[in-house]
Structure formats: C-alpha cells, structure tokens
Design a protein around this ligand. Structure first.
Ligand code: PLP
Length: 386
C-alpha cells in the first residue's frame, strides 16, 4: 500500500514501537511506590521531557491525555471552569473559523451551557490564514476576559498560522488575563513550536500524527494559567487529569517526539510535496488550496475541476493508494469542508477536495505512483466524456 494520509494518522515509528514493547514487557502502575511502579514512572517522566523539548516548554507544563481531542476539550473547558473558580471569569471565547471539530464542538457546548460566555469566530483569508486585522478589531470591540483558540497548522490545507502575531494581538488587545490556546496537533514535529517564548497558555499535541501510537496526547499548560480538571478521580498528572497513565503509549509518544524534535524530515517532505504539485500541474489544472500561504511541508490539498473526490478516492484506493477527501461524510451526504467554505472556495470545487499528506515513511516512488494513478483516471474520464 502507498500511504499518503499522514494527517489522518501516521504509521508507528520503529523507535515508538520499541519503547512501547519495552514498557509492555513490564508491569507497573506509575503511581505505585515499589520498584515496578517507579520504573513505570521513570518512563512517563522521560516522555514528559522528550515532549517538552519538542514543544519548547518546561516538562512541568505537560499533562498527558488520551489524545488531541481530549487535550482540546480540557484546554477549553478546563480554562473556563478554572477561571470561574478563581473568580476571574472568561466571558468571550474566540476561535478561528477553520478549527478542528474538537475545538469547535467544545467551544459551542461551553457557549451553550455556561451563562455569560459568548463565542466569536475569527475569519480567515482566501488562503486560509487568520485575518489578524479583523481579529484585532473584534477583540478591541468587546469587554471581558478572553480565551482565544487558534490552530498552529490546519489539518486539511496545512496552512500555518502566524502564531507570534496572534499571540501579540491577544496580549496587546485582549483583556487583562487574556488566554491563548493553540492546537498544534498537525504542526508538532513538522515545524518549530515555541510554547514558552511565544506567549501561549495552552498547547495541544497528539502522538499518532507524529508517528507515535493512537490514543495518546498532551496538553501543555503555562504555569499560573487557570485549569480545572475535567475528570475527577485519583489525581494523576498533578491533579489535572485523573486516570492511570497509559505508560506504553506515553513511552511511544515520547520516543516519536524525540525522533521528530530536530525537524530533520521536513526538507525531504517539502521536496516530495512540491514535486507532486509541480507534476500534477502538468496533467491537470488543479486548484491548490492555501498555496499562497505558508504551509506544512507535507500537505497538499487540491481539487481538479470536474473530478469528484469520491471518484478519485475510490480509483486511488483500487490502485492501493490511501489519501483523504477534504469533505466530511455524514448521514450519506458529502458535506463540503468547513475549512474550504471559510476560505471562500466555491462549493462545487470544494466537493472535489483531495488531501495528500506525506510523512516519515514516504518515498519518491510514492509521488510517481499517485501521479500515474491520477493520470490514468483523468484519461478514463476524458474517454467517457468524448
Ligand atoms: N486537532 C487537529 C488539528 C487534528 O487534526 C486532530 C486529528 O485529526 C485532532 C485535533 C484530534 O486529535 P486525536 O485524533 O488525537 O484525538
């Protein structure tokens, strides 16, 4: 199989598999005081350091969770509840219009259920970058403590946000105690992250997007930022996320974080992606979404006018090639992606959105293979139309 869907999940790296197998060989609850427990604890703490290094943060800011979704939920719900408990309520939440569903749904649920909290959407430009001028204006117009959630890089288009500018606006124009959450699930291990120096308060990371196991993630929290635990129980993770740690998954997460911390794969990924897009333009006239913005090195999201995403996905799958469509399928209907809609992409074109995402296991031959498959499909379509 030719796997070009690393933004959905990336295959498990060998280093992560080794770290997991070693952890699985041994019994031990990381909270137990005996030797086996202490060895499990040591694995968790090593991973905490590895992850902190990847994110430019202190190990003490890392809280392990079951993944990116839980970390996003904990950031938003935990910040709102924590601020409320400290009697310094959050009354305005801003999220960009291209956030992942785990941010959108939690922000909506908070606005629906917590009295006095208003949700605002920050628009993006046609290239998928947060419209900083509109954001600044909206922030200045209201009053009350602010929580802002902007992703570091988008999962569909790979467009990278100017986090330094977003953080500057949040802290210059937001209320006293304005808070910034960044979903870095797609950015981690692909572009630099600087949690401590960029002025972020919360940062979400997920293991399986960087070659660690599925079902592990982390929320990084700045010292002093409000956070109430969403799960009551044994008080693990410094009382911020109860539940026995998944030691093997955390160990695999740490190993994958370590292997990606120097970003040494990024240049090779950009070469593959750029070669793919260059060659694609010789066989069709694709619209490449976000092409005018800074993008993750591994991601290409495009549509070929007249080619539906489902037809392309099926044809590629029959040739053993895995990619994603930019559209979400629900109740039998293909909905155009909210990300492409927010970028003002025509609905019909958006329905043809395809995402190719390269990763650590990708090779030059993968590019030739997907292009050959698309070329064959386009020729067949042209023959039918003739
Ligand atoms: N945030 C973004 C940007 C994502 O792409 C994803 C997964 O697709 C998530 C959050 C959720 O992460 P997880 O799959 O670990 O729950």
């Amino acid at each position: 199989m030719i796997y070009l869907d690393h933004n959905a999940t990336s295959p498990l790296r060998d280093c992560a598999k080794r770290a997991m197998l070693e952890a699985l060989e041994e019994t031990g609850n990381a909270s137990s005081v005996h030797g086996a427990g202490r060895r499990a604890r040591a694995r968790v703490e090593k991973a905490r350091e590895q992850l902190a290094k990847l994110c430019g943060a202190a190990p003490s800011s890392v809280i392990f969770t079951s993944g990116g979704t839980e970390a996003n939920a904990l950031a938003l719900r935990g910040a709102v509840a924590g601020a409320l408990a400290a009697e310094d309520r959050i009354t305005r939440i801003f999220i960009s219009s291209i956030e992942h569903e785990s941010v959108r749904a939690n922000a909506l649920a908070i606005a629906d259920t917590v009295p006095g909290v208003k949700l605002n959407e920050i628009p993006v430009t046609r290239d998928g970058a947060v419209d900083c001028a509109a954001f600044r204006l909206a922030l200045m117009q209201g009053k009350g403590r602010v929580l802002v959630s902007v992703m570091a890089a988008n999962n569909e288009t790979g467009v990278i946000q100017d986090l330094a500018e977003v953080a500057r606006i949040v802290h210059a124009e937001g209320s006293d105690g304005a808070l910034l959450h960044v979903d870095a699930v797609q950015a981690a291990g692909r572009v630099p992250l600087a949690f401590d120096s960029l002025g972020m308060d919360y940062l979400t990371v997920s293991a399986h997007k960087l070659g660690g196991p599925q079902g592990a993630g982390a929320l990084l929290v700045k010292e002093g930022a409000p956070l109430s635990s969403c799960i009551a129980g044994g008080g693990q993770e410094m009382g911020r996320r109860s539940g026995t740690e998944n030691v093997a998954a955390i160990a695999g997460f740490g190993a994958a974080a370590e292997e990606t911390s120097n970003l040494s794969e990024s240049e090779g990924l950009a070469e593959l992606r750029d070669a793919f897009e260059r060659e694609l333009k010789t066989i069709a006239t694709p619209a490449i979404f976000g092409a005018g913005a800074k993008r993750l090195p591994n991601t290409s999201n495009f549509a070929i006018p007249g080619l539906s995403a489902e037809t392309a996905l099926i044809a590629l799958d029959l040739d053993g090639i895995a990619v994603s469509s930019g559209s979400a399928c629900s109740s039998g209907k293909v909905k155009p992606s909210h990300v492409l809609s927010a970028m003002g992409v025509d609905e019909n074109l958006a329905r043809g959105g395809l995402r190719v995402s390269f990763g650590w296991s990708s090779k030059k031959d993968d590019v030739s293979a997907i292009l050959a498959s698309l070329r064959k499909l386009l020729a067949r379509q042209a023959a039918i139309a003739a």
